[in-house]
Ligand binder design. Structure first.
Ligand code: ATP
Ligand code: MG
Ligand code: MG
Length: 379
């Protein structure tokens, strides 16, 4: 539901704004939060960006906002230390609320936060060129890199078990056990596909438990439209920090690749259309290693391909769970939409498996191009 201008005015009055607020209008194509741009009528002062935080998905708003504060402060310090120009437009800047926090709660129980609006940028929903893929790799690579020396214990899980494939599989098992929508019999083939790969898909978690993969601070929503580009289509700023949390670098890499490498939509019906776009994959990897070469371990480089296969598999498990549960989590446009999504992600996993050796060669090649000693620096 849209809020009236008076309602928004009263929310704005909780924040420490400079200048005189003018027009307020919805902006962006985000699916999770409600986002408004607030014009500033005083010249020399920035516009603002107001967001209502999706409290249904993010249960612990305080922890989430503490994460964002930690991360943006660290990024800002890094950029300043490097004497980068225009820092205020290269990292999100939270506007303090008058209650001493970085968010406020309205009379309806909604949570709100405010950022400085970053002007003269654009973002794209889909990666279409190698140049864009390269910039995407650079964006999320440098994000991980700059956060690699921030203490992971300062960051909490904004969504518990978000990347935990063991938990996701357990949820699927529970759904199948109760079979509330009577759909189990329709999905036997999909279950077989998933079951055959259970153990191998848990290998990143396993390597983490053995201490062979370090827990890092990752973005966890590495879609291309979460990167703001400048007028030359170069990375300017990584946005949408709600899901920043501890995790393994392969999760961010794999989730970015999941959409970039797929020639079709996430829910494509025609399996034949689901093919791999290898040039975009290479370009993303190239940009990624340019920025991460100094901190990634050899084991992490080797884990990236595992992440590339895991992320569409995990998405298939989540879509299938929702289908079996009767479509209660994801918005669907028709009956069977979640099953179609499941099948599309399964097809993508198959293609990735078929091309695994070639993709691995590209990863290794791009990694070595950026740092010839990268693959021997294991801890
Ligand atoms: P998603 O569906 O990706 O989770 P979301 O609902 O969490 O999105 P954001 O990605 O944070 O929302 O923001 C929505 C849109 O608003 C962005 O795609 C971008 O176009 C714009 N935007 C967000 N923050 C800023 C900013 N500080 N300056 C300028 N534009 C911004
Ligand atoms: Mg977003
Ligand atoms: Mg978001």
């Amino acid at each position: 539901e849209q809020l009236s201008s008076t309602e928004i005015q009263s929310i704005i009055s909780n924040f420490d704004l400079h200048g005189r607020p003018g027009r307020i209008y919805p902006t962006g194509s985000g699916l999770i939060n409600d986002t408004y741009r607030i014009e500033n009528l005083s010249s020399g002062y920035p516009d603002y960006l107001l967001q209502r935080i999706n409290h249904r998905i993010f249960k612990n708003v305080q922890a989430l906002m503490e994460n964002i504060a930690e991360v943006t402060f660290h990024l800002r310090k890094k950029l300043k230390d490097r004497q980068v120009e225009g820092v205020e437009n290269k990292v999100l800047t939270l506007v303090p609320s008058k209650n001493g926090l970085y968010y406020c709660k309205d009379e309806f129980g909604n949570y709100w936060r405010m950022y400085l609006f970053i002007p003269d940028t654009r973002s794209y929903d889909l990666v279409e060129t190698e140049q864009q893929a390269f910039e995407g790799g650079r964006a999320f690579g440098s994000f991980q890199s700059m956060l690699s020396d921030l203490d992971v214990s300062r960051i909490s899980d904004s969504i518990p078990d978000f990347h935990n494939i063991e938990k996701r599989l357990k949820d699927l098992d529970l759904a199948l056990l109760s079979d509330p929508a009577g759909r189990k019999k329709e999905v036997e083939e999909e279950i077989r596909f998933i079951d055959l790969r259970r153990e191998i898909m848990c290998s990143i978690l396993e390597l983490g438990r053995k201490g062979r993969l370090p827990l890092r601070i990752i973005h966890s929503d590495t879609k291309f439209n979460n990167v703001l580009l400048d007028k030359n289509d170069h990375v300017q700023c990584v946005i949408d920090l709600d899901t920043v949390m501890p995790g393994f670098v392969a999760y961010d890499f794999g989730d970015a690749i999941r959409t970039i490498i797929n020639t079709a939509a996430e829910d494509e019906k025609d399996a034949a259309k689901i093919q791999l776009n290898i040039p975009l994959f290479s370009a993303y990897a190239s940009g990624y290693f340019l920025e991460t070469k100094d901190f990634l371990t050899a084991e992490e480089v080797h884990s990236l391909m595992k992440g590339v296969i895991l992320m569409p598999y995990m998405q298939a498990v989540r879509f299938l769970t929702d289908y079996v549960q009767g479509d209660i989590y994801y918005k669907t446009s028709f009956t069977g939409h979640n099953l179609q999504r499941t099948r599309a992600q399964i097809t993508l996993v198959k293609r990735l498996e078929e091309n695994r050796a070639d993709l691995e060669k590209i990863i290794t090649g791009e990694a070595l191009k950026q740092n010839p000693s990268l693959l021997v620096n294991a801890q």
